[in-house]
Design a protein around this ligand. Structure first.
Ligand code: SAM
Length: 197
């Protein structure tokens, strides 16, 4: 069962802004893609996603890597794995969320109004990213409410997820505060400054 997500809150000046809730479902995890799965999860975490689900398979090593990052760098980010993708989608829809499948074959995020239509639903998002060739059911109405292309050229699950999230959150995710962080980076013109919190 997909648990409800908590709103992500950031501080913008004196005001607090709530970002919409987004979860990511990663489908496919071949041996050669293990590092990439970790990178997809870390991209999701850094760019405002609250939950990452590695569907159908389990990989304790990837889970540990991602959880270690969250422990050190903060934020509420849940890593789940092993659950059947159909069940995840079913549960998500039951809680009134919508499903966005990122695919080079979909509606182009730049040349169509697909992003506007997604935003206008006002619903929580489950974003599906693939790996090798995905099940054809991902393209169907019963699974994906929207098939979105980050340009209609094939590239990567990491880049497509990053661009989608940045457009969806309109850049606000980049100033999000990560609560309970043990360390934080202070932006510098040159050099590195990391402080313990
Ligand atoms: C390496 S691609 C897989 C391509 C695979 N050969 C296919 O035909 O579906 C892995 C994942 O990256 C994402 N992806 C790649 N290019 C994309 C694009 N232009 N727009 C949106 N998502 C993309 C999709 O989620 C895809 O499942």
């Amino acid at each position: 069962m997909v648990e409800p997500l908590t709103h992500i809150v950031r501080k913008a000046g004196d005001t607090e802004t709530k970002l919409p809730k987004v979860a990511v479902l990663r489908w496919g995890h071949r041996v050669r893609d293990k590092r990439l799965t970790a990178h997809v999860a870390l991209t999701a975490r850094a760019l405002g996603v609250s939950k990452f689900i590695l569907a159908d398979v389990k990989d304790e090593k990837v889970k540990k890597t991602v959880e270690k990052v969250t422990e050190k760098w903060g934020g509420a980010f849940h890593f789940k794995m092993g659950e059947n993708w159909r069940q995840i989608v079913k549960d998500w829809k039951t809680t009134n969320g919508i499903v966005v499948h990122l695919t080079a074959y979909g509606e182009n995020i730049q040349t169509s109004n697909v992003l506007q239509r997604i935003k206008s639903t006002g619903k929580d998002l489950l974003v599906i990213v693939g790996c090798q060739k995905v099940p054809s059911a991902f393209f169907s109405k019963t699974v994906s409410d929207f098939n979105v292309a980050i340009g209609n050229q094939p590239h990567s699950e990491c880049s497509s997820l990053a661009i989608f999230l940045d457009r969806f959150f309109e850049g606000r995710e980049l100033s999000k505060e990560f609560e309970r962080a043990k360390v934080t980076l202070i932006p510098q013109v040159r050099g590195k400054k990391m402080v313990e919190v």
